[in-house]
Design a protein around this ligand. Structure first.
Ligand code: HEM
Length: 237
């Protein structure tokens, strides 16, 4: 269902409106500057985003800015966090639009979305539950364990999102390559345009086991041209 939508977006949407009959997605991907500017903006803004998040998390862990109440640190930088998050999300969605079908079947992209959900849920839990009695520990050099756990989950999940974002660009696990069945299934290769190729089917062995030695060279055809006949003496009559 989503595959069909993304396939249509990537290959068909807009072909009649663009030069050279490309889809809107292909036109964006092949544009001279737009894609690069988008990716650059995505990257720069996520640095600002993660930088501000890290400042608050380090304060929650009781590692940095201990002499300042948590609320002072977070109130000062919250606007920057929200602004950079909005820009990262918007540029991310537009980047996705440039190759929706490929990204949709990319294991790093899928993992990134799952981790993004984990990170966002952690923010929600922090605001709803952890911050409920913030007044009691706001000025404590070392906030309570629930605040510190939340900070650790936050740092770990955002670092993992950034790592997966970086890895999207590599085609190590591209659909259509021989690879373990769980990789094919995790990224939905069977319904992608490139198809799924199971490593077991290719090698005849369990995934992860060394490839068998090369198949022996083909045996020469049975009716190979005879080697030069040896010179024979004419029979004496
Ligand atoms: C705070 C949230 C996000 C973070 C931390 C993040 C992180 C990253 C990173 C580190 C890169 C690699 C940049 C580079 O190497 O130049 C990247 C690229 C990308 N991101 Fe995000 N991203 C976020 C949100 C999103 C969202 C919401 C989407 C789309 C739904 C998205 C889609 C993409 C795409 C399509 C690429 C380009 C991959 C490529 O072909 O190189 N990102 N992201």
């Amino acid at each position: 269902m989503l595959h069909d939508l993304f396939h249509w977006m990537q290959n068909e949407w807009g072909v009649e409106h663009t030069v050279y009959g490309r889809s809107f997605s292909q036109a964006l991907l092949e544009s001279l500057n737009a894609w690069g500017l988008l990716e650059g903006t995505h990257l720069l803004m996520l640095m600002l985003f993660f930088g501000t998040i890290l400042m608050v998390d380090l304060r929650l862990l009781g590692v940095a800015f201990k002499e300042q109440p948590v609320s002072v640190i977070s109130n000062k930088i919250l606007k920057l966090t929200v602004f950079s998050m909005v820009v990262v999300m918007v540029t991310g969605v537009v980047l996705f639009f440039s190759k929706p079908e490929e990204y949709w079947h990319n294991i790093w992209f899928r993992t990134k979305l799952v981790l993004l959900a984990v990170a966002i849920i952690n923010v929600a839990v922090f605001h709803k539950l952890v911050q409920k009695n913030q007044a009691e520990w706001d000025s404590a050099p070392k906030p309570p364990s629930k605040a510190r756990i939340s900070a650790i989950i936050s740092i770990a999940s955002w670092v993992a999102v950034i790592g997966c974002g970086r890895l999207i660009a590599y085609n190590w696990f591209e659909c259509g390559k021989p690879q373990p069945a769980w990789v094919n299934s995790a990224q939905g290769c069977a319904i992608s345009s490139k198809g799924a190729m199971d490593m077991d089917a290719v090698t005849g062995t369990a995934a992860g086991v060394d490839l068998p030695p090369e198949t022996p060279a083909e045996t020469p055809p049975a009716e190979a041209p005879a080697a030069e006949a040896p010179a024979t003496q004419p029979e004496a009559k």
